[in-house]
Design a protein around this ligand. Sequence first.
Ligand SMILES: Cc1ncc(COP(=O)(O)O)c(C=O)c1O
Length: 309
Amino acid sequence: MTLKRPRQATASTASLMRIFTVPEDATSTLSIIERKLSEDLAGFLGESIAVQEKPLPEIEADFSAFEIPETPRFVSDYTDEIMHNLVAHSVHTASPSFIGHMTSALPYFVLPLSKMMVGLNQNLVKIETSKAFTPLERQVLGMMHHLVYAQQADFYQNWMHSANHSLGAFCSGGTVANITALWIARNQLFKADGEFKGITREGLHRALRHYGYDDIAILVSERGHYSLAKAADLLGIGRDNIISIPTKGNNKVDVEHMRQVALSLAANNVKVMAIVGVAGTTETGNVDPLAELAALAAELHCHFHVDAA
Ligand SMILES: Cc1ncc(COP(=O)(O)O)c(C=O)c1O
């Protein structure tokens, strides 16, 4: 696709009004793209993504401007530029010759459903801006809870849609999920107790003093994702307190080794806050022996987190 000469657009109340009320013209660049996307996604990707890779420095040169443009532009002109600079040099993750275990082709139904999601523009922060989406979210969390914990029907009838309880939390990715889970584990370990108001109020230093530990640690396979270290950093636990345990075979953690490490930490008055099982290592996809790890966590009276990102 060649770039057309940019035309001069004007900023006015009328054009602002227009972009919220008048659909794109059927012959506009964006409408043509939208039609191709809906009718033949594979064809669109195949035609629009350049076969020959452009060297990264050349791509970077296309994105070298650092001042926010002062002059308004027509959407179609900007779309042309996007097709030329961005889409053409994207990675064709749906290509049959692309090898990648985390990002691949999308089923067709995702396109119209995602368009509907964008059009509805709900905000699940509050029921006032999400309505039916919040009950849907709670239902999906209930289903995932049931998959793991398999409680009786009355449990879900009581709690699934309770405004004051939550059976889980959706996170925007694996890093945020690991941080969230370990945050809960930390707060649960150092919950309010007698005079102590809990770590959320008094912080880690006083929590350690109140509970009588010299330090806390998190145990995970050497194949654990680096986001766990970020979580330890952010939660005030410290990256060095993520203890890496060797794997035994097939990139699965050595549970007996983990037990020995936990015992020697306990002998030094270091409390194991959580053990983490990896359910699909990033590099190899191997799953740790989760049932054995769950039993070890019960034995150590610590939180068991599974990173299934
Ligand atoms: C096992 C595991 N945990 C956590 C993450 C982090 O996920 P995200 O990149 O969504 O933050 C990844 C990402 O590859 C992962 O493989």
